[in-house]
Design a protein around this ligand. Sequence first.
Ligand code: PGA
Ligand code: ZN
Length: 404
Amino acid sequence: MSKIIKVKARQVFDSRGNPTIEAEVFTKNNSALAICPSGASTGTYEAFEKRDKNNKRYLGKSVLNAVNLINTKISKKLKGQNVHDQERIDTLLINLDGTRQKTRLGANSILAVSMAVKKLSARVKKLPLFKTFLVKNNFKLPYPLMNIINGGAHANNGLRIQEFMIRPDRAKNFSDAMRICYVVIKNLSKIIKNRGLSTSVGDEGGFAPMISSNNQALDLIVSAIKKSGFVNGRDVSICLDVAANELKKPILIEEFTELIKKYPIRSIEDPFKEDDWDSWKKLTKNTKIQIVGDDLFVTNTKRLAKGIKDNVANSILVKLNQIGTLSETLETIEMAHRAGYTCVISHRSGAPEDTILADIAVAVHSGQIKTGSLSRSDRLAKYNQLVRIEELLGQTAEYAGRSI
Ligand code: PGA
Ligand code: ZN
């Protein structure tokens, strides 16, 4: 047993420059760090993110009170605990908070600590992080869902759909998937430039050209896939995150059906608002493609269980800070897999350099990961970690293949 001797937190900054929490957990001879991410299009049912609303020095965005809670209450509670007993530690954190949405300590404080404990456990065991989850006997590299055009709350163009992604469905392995995405993104850049549009990027690293029509964005991507020598819908498909909570005027089921008919779209996330269960159910029934619940399920077993019972969606987006601890996240993934739902492990638009997502995706066989485009180091950090894991696994590295 390796005992935790203290937890120390500090305020650092995420990829948007906003304050966020870094937690550092110590045993006698080791320590490990983890940083919490932060969303822009957050769901109502997500766990609470604690910020110092009254601190005008950081425009109400600082996390100094949460940092203080870690340095005092949380550190005291975890002192003496076995660093390898993740479930017990997460339960202690949940109980110390004691509220339904983690409003007392904040899910950002709790998650930073929960992740740092896991990393420290791996360090003490001298194992790569992904090998310490013990969820499956083998490891599987996920498909990347690369967000190559940004809109909605992640850019200031007129695009209503938040994320336009590509998925390299015919890639032989993870490295091949990266190469395919690379070629499509470089060709997309040329096409955007040739149209006289800007190739500057949005919060998740995808291009954010000043266009306002969803079809125009989809046409650009279709052209880039073709120009790269790949077959649309066979080699590379398109995935969307509508983030419908943010829409002033909803997109109708018929409009989605048209889009799916016209374009090689194989996955749609949050097509409707978080409480519109009926529309979700109808679209799930009327299509064969992947329908992903993000703000709908908020990585929460209660909401996911309702979805499973009512045949709503067939996939879940997994974001650790929507629920607040690693153990709860793993429980949600397990519930989804048992019900035959696919899982997409996801970053947030405000991301740290932390790469734990990559390890989780490999350990739980998520099959899919979305962590932005091939730009912005906060996004590349996760992809590069997957490249390293693939190399480390060598011949034994399995790939999600065409199993989605
Ligand atoms: P967020 O967006 O991190 O800004 O909430 C990501 C998503 O909606 O998937
Ligand atoms: Zn989303």
